[in-house]
Ligand binder design. Sequence first.
Ligand code: FUL
Length: 484
Amino acid sequence: MKKLILLSAQFVSLFWAHTLVAQNNKAPKPVYPIPTAAQIQWHEMETNAFIHFTTNTFTDKEWGYGDESETVFNPSALNTDQWAATLKKAGFKTMILTCKHHDGFCLWPSAYTEHSVKNSLYKNGKGDVVREARDAAKKYGLKFGVYLSPWDRNRADYGTPSYVTYYRNQLKELFTKYGPVFEMWFDGANGGDGFYGGAREKRKIDGATYYDWPTTLNFVRKMEPNVIFFSDAGPGVRWVGNESGIAGLTNWNTITTDSLYAGKSGMEALLQTGSADGTKWVPAEVDVSIRPGWFWHESENDKVKTPQQLFDIYLTSVGRGSTLLLNVPPDRRGVFHENDVKSLLGFKELVDNAFANNVAAKAAVTASSYRGKLASFAPANITDGNKNTYWTTNDNVTTGSYTIKLAKEQTVKYVVLQEYIKLGQRVKSFYVEAWVDGSRKKVGEGTTIGYKRILSIDPVKTTQIKVTIAEAKACPIISNTALY
Ligand code: FUL
């Protein structure tokens, strides 16, 4: 009897070992939640551009009251090709236009309001800035996105159900006449007071329920199934909780959005970091302006962020696993001001120079272990330049390290790490060591990695860099490490 029990115990453990081996011969199971295909594409864009342009450009305001005469909107030399060409040259992948800001003025001739370009002096009311912007984006290979402010200080019916219908009608115009639209931006700002068709009063809405977002999102999805929705609550991407260009040092793409809604106050800290146990994949988008304001003001022509400031923002956004959404507001001519253009191109040069030469490309890599001892999960995948291959460990191994051996001594200033996020965000903490004068020295550390983490370290002359994943939710999956 005893023998029988022993035998069957042996059988069970053998069976178990076999199952484990079989599991480790296959790709790891995802750690949920995981990104959708559209979200993956969004991560890969890295740098997006925002364009704030409306009557404010001509009235020198940031938030128009809603009583501005349409005739104030009159760009003298609108050139959307200049916007798109400059952005393309500066490395941006997309362009999101404020089709309607809080003042309610529409940059396209909407059939549902008189408060639009059709009553402006621009092209004697025959102009359509949304169309011109969309066409220019297309011409230069940039994806096009729309910002349609939910808060509307011009509309008499703002705050009643008919305004929500108006808002949806406008979305229908934008999505059917100006598509494809890759991202829709609806922000939560609601200052309360406004013109409201002449009422000139303060109006309060319940941000959680008034707009009935689920219905609106479904309505839009029917027209554009892959659109990414931006808001404090996603569901595509979330606000990063500040407008200064800074994602959390710890930055989870995951967050629980059940009690969130656009404009809910007090959520800034959570939005900046997300949460390790979040139930949805809603990564942070870092929106920030190249100038102090979102709109062009003559007085800010000498306050345009410098190339170095933009580069620093790149490191605190893209370098922390987020996507940068940089606003560049056209001036009264309808073009990007010379100073903005200069900064954008200078910024591109800094990025290109910093990340020109990956000294780890194709370098030899060894690891503490790798999954199933299979080439498909081997450490060499980290430096092969292929985003679809990765190094990973067996299921029961949630820490590990790999060492990149350089062909010759190199000076390293940036360590760029990437997780294979298609199977979820896993890494909770890591550190980096370099061989300096024959001994190992810690040169950097971090918490989350996500789509991309750029560690800026004190320049170090070295022949080997070792990365240790100190803590992870499950077996770590690293697709890339580059050294510059
Ligand atoms: C905020 C708005 O109030 C600002 O004017 C700007 O549009 C910014 C991107 O979002 O909520």
